[in-house]
Structures are given as structure tokens and as C-alpha cells.
Ligand binder design. Sequence first.
Ligand code: DER
Length: 224
Amino acid sequence: GEEMIEKKAVGEAAAQYVKDDMVVGLGTGSTVYYTIQKVGEYVKEGMNIRAIPTSEETKKLALDLNIPLVTFAEVNHLDVVIDGADEVDCHFALTKGGGGALLREKLIADATDLFIVVADSSKMVEKLGKFPLPVEVTPFSWERTARQIEELGSIATRRLNGTDPYISDNGNYILDCSFEIIEDPEGLSQKLNRIPGVVENGLFVNMAKIVFTVEDGKVVKKMK
Ligand code: DER
């Protein structure tokens, strides 16, 4: 349907930023999927790049496409990172983590000066918060951690994988926390990360530089 067409269009458009000899961060999800497919084509045509994936899921996709992978043992800075988002507000603050990959995604987004987001029009919002905020927490004492997050004004629900708790690539739990409206994403992100037991949260503030989305049926590139 509409959304898939938009995902493919914005995902492929962002791939233009991947150039020869770059080290690239590859995001997670159904939109950046199309970016990664395009990058796979570039590699097949002879482009020389190295990539760091934001999840085991993306690592598998990259390996299937013969995209050469590296780790932070070999590199420290990424030339560009392209990833999706669950929400994007007018200041380019993001809610991320719908795919459970927020910890590695934030580490990889932090390693570049060019963080690009690919998001269909349904992700563009006035204020963050309608999408429950994913927060990665240690399994030990998660119930107490959840109660402290709820004291900040939310309902924190442990994400399930069927009837079992969802386990992130890093061996942690994900709490989906409904804050409804998040007036101060930066402040909330800092408060969350100060709670012992919180490993990382899905608020990406002052990170995205470019957002590819769709307006009036056309791909638009928004710059911060
Ligand atoms: O989990 C994530 O942060 C993903 O980037 C996700 O939020 C975007 O997923 P989608 O492109 O499949 O909507």
C-alpha cells in the first residue's frame, strides 16, 4: 500500500549519501531496509565501502548482500549513518526502538556527524509521545526500574516475544513506556538514563541532520 511505496522511496533516496571508501552505519527496520538493498547494489557494482550494522537482523541482511562489515575495533568514526524512526518531531527529535535496536542504533548514530533518518509521512509528528517510548533495561530489578520510569508519568510495559519477555541483541529487556505527549525530549532522556537499571532510551535528541520523508506524494529532504 501507500506506506510501503513511501518507505521504498525514502529509503532509496537516502542511499545517495553512501559514497566510495566510506564507513557506513546501517539502521534497522522496514524503511532503511530499502537503503540497505540499494547499498547492496552499489557493492555489487564495485563500490568499496565498509559497514557497521545496528542489529543482528541488519547484520544478516548485510551479509546476504555481501556488504563488507567492520566493528568499532577497526573504526571509531562513521562517515554516514542511515536509520529509520518511529516518530520525528519538528526539531528532528526522534522516537526510536520500535524494532528493539535502540541501544546499538544510538551508539552508531553517536559515531557520525551525518545521521540521516528515513521516515514515511506517518512518522512525522508535532510532538513525540504518541508512540510508546522504548527503554532498554537490565533484566535484574526490571520491575523496580519500571516503577521509577512510571513515576516520571508513564505506564511501562515489558515487551513480549510471544509469551516470553523480548530479549534485545544485548541481552536486556525493553519497556515500552506510554508518556502520551513528551514536551521536553532532552530532559526526559536525561532523567531516564539517570535511573540505575536503564541502559538506554529511544529518544534521539539533537542527532539527526537530514530527514528524508514524503510530502504531497513526493520525497522531500529536510535539513536541520
Ligand atoms: O527500531 C527502530 O528504531 C527502527 O528504526 C524503527 O523505529 C523504524 O522502523 P520502520 O522503518 O520499520 O518503521
